[in-house]
Design a protein around this ligand. Sequence first.
Ligand code: SAM
Length: 279
Amino acid sequence: MRIKNFDEDKHILYLVATPIGNLSEMSPRAIEILNSVDVIGCEDTRVSKQLLNNFNISKKLISCHEHNEEQASLELLKYLENGNIAYISDAGYPGISDPGHRLLAKVLDNNYKVSVVSGASAMLNALIGSGLDTTHFYFHGFLASKHSARIHELEELKSKKETLIFYESPHRIGDTLNDLREVFGNRKATLARELTKRFEEYIREDLDYLCNIDISTLKGEMVLIIEGNKNEEIVTEKVLLDYAKKLLSNGINTKTAAKLTAKHFKVSKNDVYDLIIKG
Ligand code: SAM
């Protein structure tokens, strides 16, 4: 279906990006759009009220977050019958490691229009500032919080050639760095934190270096940028078995370990399974 958003100024959901720390990055267009719509859906009304007050925007807010997005979307949808609505998350782009996607899906299902208003993005600032290759990149967002699930995810990502981007929080950064080091080996890596804020910092080093930093100095919001896989490994039975054993020692079961090993080295799952069983 071909849709022209601005032929008629009605029935549009604006997904508006908001600053990730520095209020000066709120764009004039974002302010104009938020002032123009009938209602604003938001992740957390307290956070959004504060943001909107800074720009003297006074609008009805409807809370629409991870746990009520289904229901709140229906309420927001009603306003599209005759007018326009906007959605903002707490920071950055809605729908990127933030709610917004289910609302957008409902809006599209109902043949209304969607337009995205550009703004700050933590992952792009971090990637571009990292100095690592930006030709091809892969955004993963947050890794699983459980150790074995995280190892499983990293195993799936290990062979990717693209530069990898992860979001992380300060209380898990130590564990995540150690898991990255364990699964990926040493690679160039950048930790970018407090982007656009007064204490913005880029640590452009490698995983060994990052794993040895005093964690208490890594405060605030952060993004990890990891170099893609540059190795061409020679695959012997020993290489396969060592790889599978590492997975097993991290609590991953035999069948899954065989599957992940096979996927990583692009060999047969049954062959790897037999190797593991033979020991
Ligand atoms: N929707 C946001 C976006 O477009 O980037 C992401 C929201 S997600 C819940 C929050 C995560 O984004 C943080 O844990 C951190 O990894 C990253 N982030 C957000 N603001 C940041 C900043 N100022 N500096 C570094 N990382 C940031």
